[in-house]
Design a protein around this ligand. Structure first.
Ligand code: AMP
Ligand code: ZN
Length: 136
């Protein structure tokens, strides 16, 4: 199902122009218009799913393959030094558009971006506690 109020539904289905770098039956891959780096792309499903939790398993598999294809294109055509795949769910995690998308972010030596996190140093008992909760 599409959501007529969703900008990514409109972009994915070609109702709003975008800088498309790859397209298949289920996905359109576009350039992010506020890119972290040169070539930053977004994998958008043509159906509306708000986030990872709403994605059917077969769509998720196709999304991963499409992201890999986009990443390969970016690696082959641009002189990149690395690449991050990022996928945000919920405002606390930085999601601003509530239509599932995968960020494909090429990285360049000294590009000045900070996509990685600061590691915390929990005690063994804290790690054991969370492990216990997740296995309960
Ligand atoms: P997120 O914060 O994970 O929800 O990512 C949303 C991304 O969509 C941001 O990186 C925006 O720059 C990008 N974005 C929002 N609107 C558009 C648009 N119309 N065309 C291309 N990229 C967009
Ligand atoms: Zn949508």
């Amino acid at each position: 199902m599409k959501d007529s109020n969703c900008i990514f539904c409109m972009i994915a289905n070609g109702e709003i122009p975008s800088r498309t770098i790859l397209e298949n039956e289920r996905f359109r891959v576009i350039l992010d218009n506020g890119p972290a780096t040169r070539g930053h792309a977004l994998v958008l499903p043509k159906e509306h799913f708000a986030n990872l939790f709403d994605m059917p398993e077969d769509w998720l598999k196709d999304a991963a393959v499409t992201a890999q294809q986009a990443a390969g294109r970016i690696r082959d055509k641009l002189s990149i030094d690395g690449l991050n795949i990022v996928q945000n769910n919920g405002e606390a995690a930085g999601q601003t558009v509530h239509h599932f998308h995968i960020h494909v972010i090429p990285r360049y030596k000294d590009d000045g971006q900070k996509i990685l996190w600061s590691p915390r140093h929990p005690s063994d008992s804290e790690l054991d506690a969370v492990c216990g909760e997740l296995n309960a």
